[in-house]
Design a protein around this ligand. Structure first.
Ligand SMILES: [Cu+2]
Length: 205
């Protein structure tokens, strides 16, 4: 779905997210916004300039669409999670600035939650000097596998896994983990959004 480019605005909306664990497996997500009026996402409305709602994702998977600047995530597993927020128009299209979704992300450490499931398979990729170290690999898994793929990068970017429609943020000099439940069979590409090239392929059979 095409986004809505706001490049013409002098003061495009801004989004900042903070996430705090309560020590019992829940996270409070607090979003600070300028330049946008939040309106309920349900039922979906027509696009109105200046209005929208928030898409909240955890570890690359959208978990909520909300018109509230404070959102509670419950029942998370212990460990680090990426919480990301994107600004969406009433009709659920992303608002874009400079070609990228308007949003923000942060990491939160959850304690007191559920025991994390151990992955069945673990893969790793490294992006360095504008290329995938050792070339693009195809990771093979079975339907039902829990697949952990860690991506280490020397640049900020986003990894998007097609079909599963998961997006996680990469931060220069650190490793981001993508946890995929192998539910959809096929061969899927994961690409770096900013750089525009493939980082790996995932084959689920
Ligand atoms: Cu939406």
């Amino acid at each position: 779905m095409e986004g809505i480019a706001l490049d013409g605005l002098d003061h495009p909306p801004t989004v900042e997210v903070a996430a705090e664990s309560d020590g019992a497996g829940n996270v409070v997500v607090a979003v600070t916004l300028t330049g946008i009026e939040l309106v309920p996402a349900d039922p979906p409305g027509d696009h109105q300039p200046g209005q929208g709602h928030l898409h909240i994702s955890v570890d690359g998977e959208t978990v909520a669409m909300t018109s509230h600047a404070v959102h509670y995530l419950t029942g998370l597993a212990d460990g680090h999670h990426e919480v990301a927020v994107r600004l969406s128009a009433n009709d659920h299209r992303d608002y874009l600035f400079g070609g990228s979704p308007i949003g923000d992300s942060t990491m939160v450490m959850v304690t007191g939650g559920t025991v994390p499931k151990a992955p069945d398979l673990v893969f790793a990729v490294e992006v360095s000097d504008g290329t995938v170290v050792g070339g693009v690999q195809r990771f093979e898994a079975m339907v039902g596998d829990l697949i952990e793929i860690s991506v280490t990068s020397d640049v900020d970017d986003e990894v998007h896994l097609h079909a599963y429609d998961m997006t996680v943020h990469l931060h220069a000099g650190s490793t981001t983990t993508l946890l995929v439940e192998g539910t959809i069979p096929g061969v899927f590409e994961a690409e770096l959004h900013g750089a525009g090239y493939r980082v790996f392929e995932l084959q689920v059979s």
